[in-house]
Design a binder for this molecule. Structure first.
Ligand code: ATP
Ligand code: LTN
Length: 334
């Protein structure tokens, strides 16, 4: 990101947990690449968010480096955009504290992700899980981001970020830029292959998801086993035919063939054909990413330097906002 240009800022983040999925790619990463030219971008590896669920330390470290490599392998340019780790920029946690003091228990308790995750991790309903959206708001507001590309599941978190920003702006005018979500339309949510009424989630069982690092034969096998329905008709109808519609969405977005043309072309054919075509489209998309990923993972020094450099660039921007916030709120700054 050049310090001299004045493009609006784009911010997004992904947690370094589980296997980065086709859902993460279609819902998030792929759009990052499409938007990179038009904004000054920050792509964060949100490792502090990952701590809201118990993590194995060695795995967390490995996943962090892998996510850095995947961001670059998917086509992002770490010389232009800032690709970095959240925990390397302490201002995220500092601003989160301030925002915590302006966030309400009621609104946080209404977040679907909190309700879902606390139902799934009954033995660990920690305060971090509850204030997760506040840290996310801090990530975004720290850089005065104008747009935040995310999958549809994050819409509610973007709304609370906007509410918090507007709440502070009402007391301290001009403090934050109020960010806009950028959510891709039809394909905003890729569904699980084994339970197509649920979103594909990277912390779910391997058979329900396509990992960006899956081998071609695994991709074929997983699609062949994907749950569909028994009426045999190829039609885009997410409500009544979530499995088939999910396959159609994936195929349409990756092949560039419009949904109408696609459903007409495949009408009357069996689900086997739809599954095979989808698997091949996915393999074609993943193959260049996997090649680049392997090269990057073979050069850990490059990855480490890139992350350190980029964290420094992020810190410069973050410190400007944090100082402004501390000053406006009345914290004495010599
Ligand atoms: P977890 O299962 O650990 O909660 P996740 O798969 O939801 O993880 P995140 O790190 O929370 O992944 O999300 C990273 C980005 O990917 C977000 O922008 C999110 O909206 C998007 N995303 C996640 N899952 C999907 C999906 N199934 N379809 C489309 N986008 C998705
Ligand atoms: N909560 C997001 C990850 C995330 C994020 C962000 C996305 C954390 N901070 C800031 C966009 C902007 C998730 O679970 N997908």
């Amino acid at each position: 990101m050049s310090e001299t240009t004045k493009k609006p800022v784009l911010f997004s983040g992904i947690q370094p947990t589980g296997s980065i999925t086709l859902g993460n790619y279609i819902g998030a990463m792929r759009n990052f690449v499409l938007l990179e030219d038009d904004y000054d971008c920050l792509f964060c590896i949100v490792d502090l968010h990952a701590l809201t669920v118990r993590q194995d330390p060695a795995a967390l470290r490995r996943k962090t480096l892998e996510l850095a490599a995947l961001y670059i392998a998917a086509g992002l340019d770490p010389e232009r955009s800032i690709i970095y780790c959240q925990s390397h920029v302490p201002q995220h946690a500092e601003l989160a504290w301030v925002l915590n003091c302006f966030s309400y228990m009621g609104e946080l308790g209404r977040m679907t992700q909190f309700k879902d995750k606390s139902a799934r991790h009954k033995d660990n309903i920690n305060a971090g899980l509850f204030t997760y959206p506040v840290l996310m708001a801090a990530d975004i507001l720290l850089y005065q981001a104008a747009v935040v590309p995310v999958g549809a599941d994050q819409k509610q978190h973007l709304e609370i970020t906007r509410d918090i920003a507007q709440r502070l702006n009402a007391i301290y005018p001009g403090l934050f830029r109020v960010p806009e979500p950028h959510i891709p339309r039809e394909t905003a949510k890729i569904q699980s292959l084994s339970e197509p009424e649920k979103k594909m989630s990277k912390s779910d069982p391997e058979d329900s998801l396509i990992s960006l690092l899956d081998k071609p034969e695994d991709v074929r096998r997983k699609f062949r086993r994907a749950v569909t329905d028994s009426d045999g008709e190829i039609r885009f109808d997410p409500e009544n035919k979530p499995g088939v519609s999910n396959l159609l969405s994936i195929l349409s977005v990756l092949s560039g063939e419009g949904m109408e043309a696609l459903t007409q072309r495949l009408a009357g054919q069996g689900y086997g054909k739809l599954k095979d075509e989808t698997a091949e489209a996915v393999n074609a998309a993943l193959s260049p990413i996997q090649q680049r990923f392997a090269q990057l993972m073979a050069d850990k020094t490059y990855l480490a330097h890139t992350l350190a450099d980029n964290a420094r660039r992020a810190q410069g921007m973050a410190q400007k906002t944090l100082r402004k916030v501390y000053k406006k709120l009345g914290l004495y700054q010599p």
